[in-house]
Each structure stands twice: as C-alpha cells, then as structure tokens.
Design a protein around this ligand. Structure first.
Ligand SMILES: Cc1cc2nc3c(=O)[nH]c(=O)nc-3n(C[C@H](O)[C@H](O)[C@H](O)COP(=O)(O)OP(=O)(O)OC[C@H]3O[C@@H](n4cnc5c(N)ncnc54)[C@H](O)[C@@H]3O)c2cc1C
Length: 469
C-alpha cells in the first residue's frame, strides 16, 4: 500500500489538462509558481475521480508517457515515443546525462543496424573488430564481429537530444519517488511525485528505465501489497581509464576466476591509446582489490591510470552494479512498462545491457502507442510488450545454464576447453561445435558430466546477434 505521506500533492505548476502536453523541444521545465497547501489523498493510494480532475485542472503536468531515467533505455524510449506522436516527458535523477559512466562502453555494429542507429562521429571513441577471450592459461580465441567503443556519456546525450528534437521534454535533476494510480476504478494513469519542480506529473503510461535502481518495481505494489518485483541479484563492475595501452582493435576479455569470481576482466580500447581496464565479479567487496591485483600482476602495471574525460577530480575508479537475475517476472502492469536494466535485461555471460535496453525501449514505445491509441492502458493490453521481447531476446535460462557450467570448471578445464576451440570461435557451425566437444571429451572424458556443451554454447550466445553486446 502506498504511504499516505507520499501521495500528498504539492502544486508547483499551473497547467490545464487539455493544454498540458510538454512544450516540444524544451530541455528544462521552468517552475516558479506559488506552492499551494496540499490536499490529502486517502484510500489505498487511489485518487478519486473528482479529486483527480481538480488536481489536473489546478496544476499537474500531464503527458502520454513519462520515461524515468535517461540512460540508453530511457533515451531511446523517449525518442521512440516522441516519434510516434506521444506527448513525452523524460526525467533524469542526475543534473547531467550520462555521468558518472557505468559501462565498458562497447556496442556492436549488429546492434546499431538492428536499432537503425547512425552514430555521429563524436560519440565513437574507437572502431573494434570483436572480442578476444583469454582463458586462464593465456590461450586466446576470438569472436570476431565489428563494433564500437563509445564515449558513452556523449552517446546517451545524443540519443536524448534526438528525443528532444522530436518533441520530448527533458527534466534533469528530477527523481521519481512515488506513484499513485489515478482514475478510480478505471485506471487512467499514474500520478507521479518526486524531487524536482516539474512534479507532479500525470502520465497515462510510465516507462521505467531507471536501470539497476528499478524504481517502479519498488514503488508499485501488487494487490497482496508485495512490490511489483522483488529486488534481483547484482554483480559489481569497476574499471579504470588507462593510457598508452597496446591494442590491435579487439576487446580483450580475461576469464580469470582468480581475480574475477564468476565474472571476467577486460581491456576495452579507446581512442589515442586510452582504454577501460576493469572487471565484473560476484565477489563485490573485493572488486577493487582484485582489479588492483590484476593490474599489478600483468603488463598493465607499467601503464598510467588517468581520470576519464568527464571526471575532474576524485577516485579514478568508476563503475556500478549489473542485474544478473534475468528478466523480471512482471515487466508490465497497468500503465507501466519496464525496460533495460530496470527489467533485468542483461546478457548473462559478459553482462552487456545497452543493446537490450535500447531494443526493449523500441518494444515499449510500440506497445505504449498502440495502447494509448486504443484508450486501453490495462495490464492486459500492455502484455503485448512481453510477447514482443520474449519472441526476440535469447533464452536467458539456457545462457545461465551455460554460464554456471563454465564457472563450475576448474581453471585447468577452462583452459583445456579454450585450447580445443578453433582460433575463430564465431564461425563454428554445428559440426564445428560437435568436433570441439568430441576433442574435449577424448582428452578429458569426465567433462561430459560437467555440462561442457552448455558451457560452450554460452560463448555463442555472447555474440551480437544474440544481444551479447
Ligand atoms: C562496469 C560496467 C560495465 C559495463 N559494460 C557494458 C558494455 O561494455 N556494453 C554494454 O552493452 N553494457 C555494459 N554494461 C551494462 C550497461 O551499462 C547497462 O546494461 C545499460 O546502461 C542499461 O541501460 P538502462 O538505460 O537500462 O539503465 P542505465 O544506463 O543505468 O540508466 C538509468 C538512468 O536512470 C536514472 N534513474 C535512476 N533512478 C531514477 C529515479 N528514481 N528518477 C529518475 N531517474 C532515475 C539513473 O540516474 C540513470 O541515468 C556495463 C555495466 C557496468 C556497471
């Protein structure tokens, strides 16, 4: 049940419902209206129709779609909604978009094609040729496919700028803190409150693109008063920017459990010899120490750590957490759609999430536009969203099984598997995979019982066409 304190309304703007669509093209909302005493809202967080009408008449900003969060998922959701003619507001907790960066910053060419992204030069840091997997004994095997390392904060700003150019309204420094159903027995939208003078906002549909915070999953409750989705498991990701890093244009992914438990380490090259050197690990408390040890014990020791260009001072390490429980059980609800990390969409083996966030945003906008046009915002109508993403995204359970099987192997077994792979893993067909399996089992028959086949397939599912990056 919603906390009654949270449903108190503070009037800060004077918009009439019919005129209240966000002003197209504005980057920031302005609001210096006098604050009026708040009305009290009772009864399980529902606004009764009369109160709802008066609230709207007196100063709530209304829109078709409110997008929460301006990462890749939110930026693209706002862009796709605005392109479909929906009045769209996008809010972002931070005062600027894209920083602090919490991403290795790579995206595949296949992702860009799939999303019709024509990247401007300034958001591209480096063109790359694929992933090189480095097994514990140093064996190197490639998954070649073209892609980019981005200046991710510039990429995110570019997408949001495109959304604004299409008519979306952006509110920076706005944090969603509560949501209440409006419309009485027939659902008519969400009345959203939070930090920032653009609130309250009444949206027919909210698209939650708040990343790992998954804010709407906490704010919205099911009938049994449980949250829409329980908090999932996360892993820690951390990296440094280093300079003078040698590269042949591949992303180097080290599967070295000694430093990254059930995770991996990376060197992601950027322009002018810069690179992100980092790791993702299930051992969250040791993440920084393990990364420092890895650098100390490898050729990276000779190189300099620098602050990334978007950071002026402070600790050079940057990163964040990544959801690893898979897609949430409820990715839609009455007037609500969850995208990107907020829906648990990340690729399990190497934890890429931008491609999935950007694509789920397309499905969300498509579903929202159709539902609004039909005048049906119900959960049932929005279930279309789940049908779209589940038909498209790779089978999470299968990849998780492969990932678990991989991490059940000892370092020695992983290296043996690496040695049995061809130099180019990306071009293995069914017969190629069978050959690797036979070769492996001949050398170490006991591996049959360690689900070596799913472990091998997990690499295949890390390719771009399966939303790996
Ligand atoms: C260290 C690291 C490395 C990674 N490397 C890669 C990689 O190389 N390639 C890749 O594809 N993926 C990578 N990922 C994953 C990728 O960063 C995420 O999957 C992707 O950013 C998800 O996008 P999103 O839009 O769903 O969420 P986010 O990018 O997290 O954006 C969510 C936004 O919502 C805002 N927000 C949160 N709560 C609120 C609120 N209450 N109100 C308003 N705004 C709010 C946040 O401030 C944030 O800006 C990496 C992740 C980490 C941590």
């Amino acid at each position: 049940m919603a906390d009654p304190k949270q449903v108190t309304l503070v009037f800060q703007r004077t918009n009439v419902l019919a005129q209240a669509a966000p002003s197209h093209g504005t980057r920031e909302a302005h609001s210096n209206e006098k604050v009026r005493p708040p009305p009290t809202v009772a009864d399980r967080g529902f606004l009764c129709k009369e109160l709802y009408r008066s609230v709207v008449a007196e100063g709530v900003t209304s829109c078709d779609v409110l997008v929460v969060g301006a990462g890749p998922g939110g930026g693209n959701a706002a862009l796709q909604c605005a392109r479909r003619g929906l009045s769209t507001i996008i809010i972002e907790d931070h005062k600027e978009i894209g920083t602090p960066v919490h991403c290795g910053e790579c995206i595949s060419e296949i992702a860009c094609q799939n999303l019709n992204l024509d990247l401007p030069e300034e958001v591209i840091s480096k063109r790359v040729h694929g992933i090189r997997v480095i097994f514990p004994d140093g064996t190197e095997k490639c998954l070649s496919e073209e892609g980019y390392v981005l200046e991710k904060h510039l990429f995110e700003r570019w997408i949001v700028d495109e959304a604004v150019a299409e008519g979306a309204s952006l509110h920076l420094g706005h944090k969603l803190q509560s949501m209440d159903r409006s419309g009485g027995s027939e659902f008519e939208g969400w009345l959203c409150q939070g930090k920032g003078d653009g609130f309250p906002i009444l949206a027919k549909i909210v698209i939650d693109a708040s990343g790992v915070a998954a804010v709407c999953s906490k704010l919205v409750q099911l009938e049994d008063e449980l949250p829409l989705n329980p908090q999932g498991k996360v892993v820690a990701g951390m990296q440094y920017e280093m300079v003078g890093v040698p590269t042949d244009g591949y992303l180097d992914f080290y599967i070295w459990p000694e430093y990254a438990e059930k995770g991996y380490l990376w060197m992601i090259p950027k322009r002018e010899g810069r690179a992100n050197v980092g790791l993702v690990t299930e051992d969250r408390p040791r993440a920084k120490k393990s990364l420092d040890e890895f650098i100390e014990n490898t050729h990276f020791k000779e190189l300099d750590q620098v602050l990334p260009p978007w950071k002026e001072k402070g600790n050079p390490a940057f990163g964040g957490t990544i959801p690893i429980s898979g897609p949430f059980e409820n990715t839609y609800f009455d007037g609500l759609i969850l995208v990107g990390d907020a829906a648990g969409f990340t690729s399990p083996l190497f934890e890429g999430g931008s491609h999935l966030a950007l694509k789920s945003a397309v499905f969300a906008a498509e579903t929202a536009a159709a539902a609004i046009s039909d005048g049906d915002l119900s959960s049932e109508r929005l279930s279309e969203y789940q049908r779209l993403w589940s038909n498209e995204f790779p089978p999470y359970d299968k990849i998780i099984r492969g990932k678990n099987a991989l991490f059940d192997l000892t370092d020695d077994e992983m290296s043996l598997m690496g040695r049995c792979f061809p130099d180019e893993m990306g071009s293995m067909g069914i017969s190629g995979k069978a050959m690797v399996g036979v070769r492996l089992l001949m050398k170490r028959p006991g591996l049959y019982f360690k689900s070596i086949v799913p472990a091998m397939l997990a690499f295949g599912y890390s390719r771009a066409k399966y939303y790996g990056w």
